[in-house]
Design a protein around this ligand. Structure first.
Ligand code: NAP
Length: 492
């Protein structure tokens, strides 16, 4: 059953943003090549990039402007092959690029950078470099008079590894930039479905009256990856799933699901409401948490094949029972799980409604509940699982069917949903911080996560092993079973 059909009214209305100079520190790195530069290209392809936009790459690697343009052309050929089919736009995009060699640890080269920037356009600095360089860059932008009161600075996870380091980072950035100039990216917030969660909740009369402990039984948030830590073992083993996924991405999904309606859709109103959710979180009880490490399987190695420490207790899987202690959510558990080398790559929020109070059909006792499934990946969309009468004669038999709103189906096969980075970079240029984390949110999230990190570190227990390609450790299943519930299957 389809909720809506292909709808020609849903044509994207693209308005070019204001002229800008965007400096990408770390322009030769992986994030810039795979995500940022292709995202900017697609914005130009869609007509959102003003013709006089300037993108200045900065890194230590010796390159001329021309060789940087070649480097970007190759990156686009690999990660945005559409670029080759649009030679005019590609030419214009490459013409917008410039490059400068600067070692951000030193003071050489900054004056040249200052000279390349125009005084009368939006100025944005994207720090696509390791976090140890964030403070160095912020300080030097300030010292060399390059950061104006209107310019913006963009940083991305890892934003600290605990409360103390997050505070230190906030202080470093705050010494050089006002909070209104700091854009902390969480790319999950740039996903269409995540924004749609707010539209579904606050632009419809249907769901909000039901969005509380009276009608909702529980919520599940799953971010499952099918890949392991290969290639990133060194970084990952110091972090683990709790810090790498829960403190940031999953916390944001939890906040958007649980927050009160903001009075207005603007940055501070939305972020105030998210902050209230984090503050309302009950401290985690260790016995309601599960950590796991994958074992080998399917020709792939185990967690220990990719990390140096053979005794590592770092978790590649985590499941938590979380409680939001406020009027709306009292008694409604939020179950969170995330892990690597699971059965499929799936990210979704599942809101499970309570059963009707009185069962007039005998089959209702065995039927599932209504579920609203908000899927972030792989196929973004929203499904409402309903119970209906099974068609045909033979009495009243019930069946569960999805009311489905897959974006690709609803908006047409050729619908190309913007990548999260496209949306977020343009929001930086527009000066809209709604989809970026505020400093206090970041700190509160660490304040909530830190005690569990400490408790796990002190405990002599080891993470539970789980088979690669499965759905995580048995303990994670038990976390719900003992509450009389079960996880939705992990399937793509
Ligand atoms: P990367 O591939 O190691 O790239 C780092 C970049 O920084 C390179 O361009 C490097 O170029 C430049 N750089 C390093 N030291 C420098 C210095 N002293 N002065 C100037 N430039 C310097 O890292 P990445 O994967 O792109 O990640 C960048 C940041 O984004 C990291 O904080 C990472 O955690 C975060 N992130 C990455 C991803 C991803 O998908 N890759 C996803 C989320 C978050 P030179 O060596 O030529 O100087």
């Amino acid at each position: 059953m389809r909720l809506i059909g292909k709808n020609s009214a849903m044509v994207s209305r693209v308005i070019p943003v204001t002229p800008f100079d965007l400096v990408i520190f770390g322009a030769t790195g992986d994030l810039a090549r795979r995500k940022l530069l292709p995202a900017l290209f697609r914005r130009m392809l869609d007509g959102q990039m003003p013709t006089n936009a300037k993108i200045i790459g900065v890194a230590r690697r010796q390159m001329s402007r021309e060789s940087f343009q070649d480097f970007v052309r190759e990156a686009l050929a690999e990660f945005e092959p559409e670029a080759l089919a649009a030679p005019k736009v590609l030419k214009a995009f490459l013409a917008a690029l410039d490059y400068l060699v600067v070692d951000v640890m030193g003071d050489a080269g900054w004056a040249d950078l200052g000279q390349k920037l125009r005084p009368d356009v939006v100025r944005a600095f994207y720090l696509s470099v390791g976090p140890s360089l964030f403070g160095e860059i912020a300080t030097r932008l300030n010292r060399h008079g390059i950061a104006t009161p209107q310019s913006r600075i963009v940083v991305e996870k890892p934003l600290g590894h605990d409360l103390a380091s997050a505070k230190a980072l906030n202080a470093q950035l705050g010494a050089c930039f006002d909070e209104q100039q700091i854009y902390r990216i969480d790319h999950y917030l740039g996903k269409e479905t995540v924004q749609n969660l707010m539209a579904i909740r606050f632009a419809n009369a249907l769901f909000e009256p039901l969005w509380n402990s009276q009608h909702i039984d529980h919520v599940q948030i799953t971010v499952a990856e099918s890949i392991g830590v290969e290639g990133r073992g060194g970084y990952y083993d110091k972090s683990g799933a709790l810090r790498d996924m829960v403190q940031n991405h999953m916390m944001q999904l939890l906040c958007l699901t649980a927050m009160e309606p903001p009075a207005k859709f603007n940055a501070d109103f939305v972020r105030d409401e998210k902050l209230k959710v984090i503050r309302a979180l009950e401290p985690l009880r260790v016995e309601e948490t599960v950590r796991g490490q994958y074992r080998g399987g399917g020709g792939e190695g185990s967690y220990f094949d990719h990390v140096e420490n053979p005794a590592s207790k770092t978790e590649s899987f985590v499941a938590l029972k979380v409680e939001v202690e406020n009027w709306r959510w009292a008694g409604v558990p939020f179950y969170l799980r995330t892990g690597k080398r699971l059965r499929a790559r799936v990210s979704e929020i599942v809101v499970v409604f309570k059963k009707p109070p009185h069962a007039i059909f005998p089959e209702m006792a065995t039927q599932g509940s209504n579920e609203l499934v908000i899927r972030l990946q792989p196929d973004e969309g929203i499904t409402l699982n309903m119970t209906i009468k099974e068609p045909g004669p033979g009495g009243m038999r019930l069946a569960q069917v999805p009311l489905d709103m897959s974006f690709a189906e609803a908006l047409g096969e050729d619908f190309h949903g913007p990548d999260a980075y496209e949306r977020l970079i343009m929001d930086v240029i527009r000066g809209d911080q709604t989809l970026f984390m505020r400093g206090d949110e970041l700190e509160e999230a660490w304040r909530w996560v830190d005690p569990l990190v400490a408790a796990w570190a002190e405990s002599s227990a080891r993470p539970a092993g789980y088979d690669a390609g499965g759905s995580g450790p048995e303990d994670a299943l038990a976390l719900l079973h003992r509450d009389g519930r079960k996880w939705r299957e992990i399937e793509s």
